[in-house]
Ligand binder design. Structure first.
Ligand code: ADP
Length: 623
């Protein structure tokens, strides 16, 4: 049998491994659900907002020409008359931008004269991108709303389809958009292509290559590109269309740049929510500018692959688990706090170099891991506390038991030694008392040995020393001692024990029988009779102690075998006891693979039976 401490440790480890595996198994569920996905998005939004606007060559390459509220007030209403648009474009053409992007849907014919003017103006630009949109009325089978034919012979169409996340925020753009008959590239991608060299886009399964820029946008994800916003609205240089028309704008800054013309006026409706925009959303031209700058600056945002994310989560979990097992007191919350700070800092630093950590997932994993490991350790501590409490009360029980059992012989020894000191005592009487003293002190030693053995047995460090025991002789010796005890009440003890052999630990067995005998004496009136009987039963032996005593109330009959349980009754009150004797008898019987039972009738007497499973014929035992 293992030492209980060792067993506890093994249980502890099994518990820890099971709980860590369960926790690891929940990681995928934790990482990849829409709630945590939203959590991740919100966290990177916060980090985006904390970042101050970037100034890069990409940002510098783009100028926005805004049909803003001022333009609407002066030249409105919106949409602006095509003749006015043409007039503005004529001016812009003089500044010779490298690419002109018109983020206005011009698909229906207008007054013929105006359309002609617009076409002529567009003709002045060598590179033009016009907007195309998806017809929103039939999403099942969408079709393109394309720019009016004949608008600029150099013009290409780029789609302005926005793909907001479920929370309505635009965090990415689908670079390619497909209908049954035609695939269009995003407006901003077309602008970049024309801006760089006008060369063709090379398509690969996992990327689109534009000159020496490799855009990681997988075909199976509709070429989704995450937008690395340069800052909130206003990150790009901007000219009001009214200023262009008025001739007050400094058009020199449009030279050689991508010029994006579109509506920013609040009534124009071309606004969408983004991670960095305020309550009114970001204007469409600013979003296109951000897409273009992401490409031109090669400021692509990457996230860890699912296996990398899994590994990251597993390491956070392991760190938490390790900390929970190793760190105590304030160090544990400090570890959790440091991990949270590390995750946030990594998120912050990562974003600066284009790496988007799944901060939300990591924090969720940390929260769950710290809660679960904290709770489990709390549980473990409580378990340990309970088991140590049990051990403590067991220990107290044994101390009580020893104290109780040695009290009787000690009282006898004290009494005898007082008498022996009397010098008038005849010599033969003195010798008799000395003998008594000797026997009682021997008994004391034996009781102590028995207790120590029972205790060591319960702790698993002692095996029962079972051997063939001649039951008759053993009972003889116990009855003799019992008679000494019984003499005070003039109780008669009758023994009827045949020559049987039983496989038992003789010390413990005689202790158990002696206990039943002394109990029978204690809980019977004076001058009654106690019978000790033994007989074969099944393959073993049963030993019965019957008395004519007070009996035990039915409701107490099972509980008397519990530690410290005593029946509250008048007669018992006069008898000393700690309520441990029967608990020990039961333990001894159980350790032998047997049991102890009681039958009792109030006022008539009780009968205790110890059943031992291993008996043998006397010859065999003798052999
Ligand atoms: P103790 O004798 O120290 O009280 P035990 O564990 O030996 O402790 O017994 C528990 C209780 O069972 C006793 O207090 C007593 O009330 C009851 N009991 C035990 N033996 C007998 C008996 N032979 N007759 C009546 N009651 C008994």
């Amino acid at each position: 049998m293992n030492h209980p401490w060792k067993q506890d440790r093994r249980r502890l480890w099994v518990f820890r491994i099971v709980y860590l595996s369960l926790l690891l198994a929940t990681v995928p569920v934790l990482l990849w659900n829409s709630f945590v996905g939203q959590f991740n998005a919100s966290f990177s939004d916060i980090l985006f907002r904390l970042r101050s606007p970037v100034r890069t060559s990409g940002v510098d390459s783009i100028v926005l020409v805004a049909i803003d509220d001022g333009t609407a007030a002066r030249y409105g209403p919106l949409p602006l008359k095509r003749s006015l648009l043409a007039a503005g474009l004529d001016r812009i053409a003089e500044a010779a931008p490298r690419v002109l992007v018109i983020d206005l849907l011009i698909s229906e014919p207008g007054p013929p004269g105006d359309d002609k003017k617009l076409a002529a103006a567009l003709e002045r630009f060598p590179r033009v991108v016009l907007s195309a949109a998806l017809a929103s009325d039939s999403m099942a089978n969408p079709s393109w709303i394309l720019p009016l034919a004949g608008l600029g012979s150099h013009a290409v169409a780029g789609h302005v389809h926005a793909a907001p996340d479920p929370d309505g925020s635009v965090r990415s753009v689908l670079l390619a958009k497909l209908t049954e008959d035609r695939r269009l590239w995003a407006l901003a991608l077309e602008a970049c292509r024309l801006f760089l060299s006008g060369s063709v886009l090379v398509e690969r399964a996992d990327s689109i290559v534009l000159d020496d820029i490799r855009i990681a946008a997988r075909s199976r994800e509709d070429r989704r590109l995450r937008i690395n916003y340069a800052g909130p609205e206003g990150a790009f240089r901007r000219v009001a269309f009214s200023a262009v028309l008025d001739g007050t704008a400094n058009l020199a800054e449009l030279r050689n740049r991508i010029v994006i013309v579109g509506v920013t006026a609040q009534g124009g409706g071309d606004r969408l929510f983004t991670p960095v925009s305020s309550g009114i959303g970001m204007s469409g031209i600013e979003i296109h500018a951000n897409i273009a700058r992401t490409i031109l600056d090669r400021a692509f945002l990457v996230s860890p692959s699912p296996p990398a994310e899994l590994a990251l989560a597993a390491s956070i979990l392991s760190l938490c688990a390790f900390g929970t097992w190793r760190l105590r007191g304030w160090r544990l919350p400090l570890l959790w706090f440091s991990l949270a700070v590390a995750i946030l800092t990594a998120g912050w630093l990562g974003l600066r170099s284009g790496y988007v950590w799944p901060v939300g997932s990591m924090l969720a994993v940390l929260m769950v891991a710290s809660a679960v490991s904290g709770a489990s350790e709390y549980g473990l501590v409580r378990l340990a506390l309970r088991s140590s409490e049990e051990k403590r009360s067991e220990y107290a029980f044994r101390v009580q038991a020893i104290a109780h059992e040695i009290k009787t012989p000690l009282t006898a020894i004290q009494g005898q030694s007082e008498l022996i000191a009397d010098s008038t005592m005849p010599e033969n009487e003195r010798a008799r008392m000395a003998g008594l003293l000797f026997r009682e002190s021997k008994r004391l030693t034996q009781i102590l040995h028995t207790f120590l053995d029972v205790e060591r047995m319960a702790s698993g460090s002692l095996k029962l020393e079972k051997r063939p025991v001649p039951l008759h002789d053993l009972c003889d010796e116990v009855v003799e001692r019992g008679r000494l005890f019984a003499s005070r009440k003039k109780t008669e003890i009758v023994a009827d024990v045949p020559q049987l052999t039983v496989l038992a630990d003789p010390e413990l067995l005689s202790f158990a029988i002696y206990n039943l005998l002394t109990n029978a004496v204690k809980y019977s009136p004076k001058q009654t009779r106690i019978t000790l009987r033994a007989e074969p039963s099944g393959g073993g032996v049963q030993i019965t102690v019957s008395d004519e005593g007070y009996g035990i109330p039915p409701q107490d009959q099972q509980r008397i075998f519990d530690k410290f349980y005593r029946v509250s009754r008048d007669q018992t009150g006069t008898e000393d006891g700690a309520g441990v004797g029967l608990a020990l008898v039961k333990e001894i019987a159980v350790q032998h693979g047997g049991k102890v039972t009681v039958e009792s009738n109030l006022g008539q007497g009780s009968r205790f039976t110890i059943v031992l499973p291993e008996g043998m014929p006397p010859e065999e035992g003798a052999a």
